[in-house]
Design a protein around this ligand. Structure first.
Ligand SMILES: Cc1cc2nc3c(=O)[nH]c(=O)nc-3n(C[C@H](O)[C@H](O)[C@H](O)COP(=O)(O)OP(=O)(O)OC[C@H]3O[C@@H](n4cnc5c(N)ncnc54)[C@H](O)[C@@H]3O)c2cc1C
Length: 233
């Protein structure tokens, strides 16, 4: 029997898993709580968590990558290895199109900061970016949603998964994970556009999605979080 997999969330993580599994011939259903929006409209999907720190994210197809600023930095090599994963950074960079942007795309503000930093004795390097220079219109709207599709987003991987046969369900919130004998058997999701609940492979005990996620995080050894600082004037 063909293996069937449900992937919850279509951001950097979910879209990558969906693309890889679908291209390996696995039957994939990708479920996303947000809508399919045009890149330029991604800012409408911000759904910040207001806690002691502001946690910014976006609920839409492609997830938070739709509002990322395109920095492709190699991080967490050791932490990832603790999970037994030997990440091939070159392959990831090729898939995302990570490169150094040409000098011509460096804005006046960045030039001034770089010049001041160099005067203070710091070594300044260009940030590797997953942005196609030839498409970039340099209007600085990466964090609002790229109007010219110059930036890689997880939407590219979602579309690749779709081409390999994955089903993509949007505006569908996964609320419960169905467990049987300690194994995940499916999910229970609610649609915001249809007035019914969707059951996928339901045949067991249900665990609220947030609680399952919290338990999984709590039991994960070496769980790593990557903080990103934005400042506004
Ligand atoms: C402004 C900004 C700029 C950034 N710039 C960069 C950058 O330059 N470089 C970089 O590497 N990183 C950057 N990041 C961080 C990067 O975007 C995130 O680390 C990455 O997107 C996280 O991937 P993820 O799959 O874990 O989550 P997300 O990309 O947030 O995806 C999660 C998805 O799951 C969906 N979802 C959640 N719960 C459910 C549910 N119950 N049912 C169905 N769907 C659900 C959400 O709607 C979302 O689409 C930036 C982040 C922000 C906010």
């Amino acid at each position: 029997m063909k293996r069937r997999v449900v992937v919850v969330g279509s951001g950097a993580g979910g879209a990558t898993v969906a693309k890889e599994l679908a291209s390996a011939g696995i039957d994939v259903t990708l479920i996303e709580r947000g809508a399919r929006v045009e890149g330029k409209d991604a800012f409408k999907c911000y759904a910040n968590v207001h806690s002691a720190v502001e946690i910014m994210r976006a609920f839409c197809l492609g997830g938070t990558t739709m509002v990322s600023v395109g920095n492709g930095v190699r991080t967490l090599r050791e932490e990832i290895q603790q999970f037994g994963i030997r990440l091939n950074y070159e392959e990831v960079e090729r898939d995302l199109g990570v490169r150094l942007l040409p000098e011509s795309l460096i804005g006046e503000g960045t030039r001034r900061i770089a010049a001041s930093a160099e005067k203070l004795g710091f070594k300044v390097e260009r940030m590797p970016k997953f942005i196609a220079a030839e498409k970039c219109t340099q209007d600085g709207r990466c964090a609002f949603g790229c109007p010219s599709s110059a930036k890689w987003t997880a939407l590219n991987f979602v579309e690749s998964a779709e081409r390999s046969g994955a089903r993509v369900l949007t505006e569908m919130l996964v609320e419960e994970i169905v467990l049987r004998g300690g194994e995940v058997k499916g999910v229970l999701a609610r649609s915001s556009t249809l007035s019914h609940k969707l059951k996928i492979h339901r045949s067991g005990r249900c665990c609220p999605f947030r609680r399952c996620f919290r338990d999984a995080v709590a039991s994960a050894k070496g769980f790593a979080a990557h903080f990103f600082v934005l400042s506004f004037r």
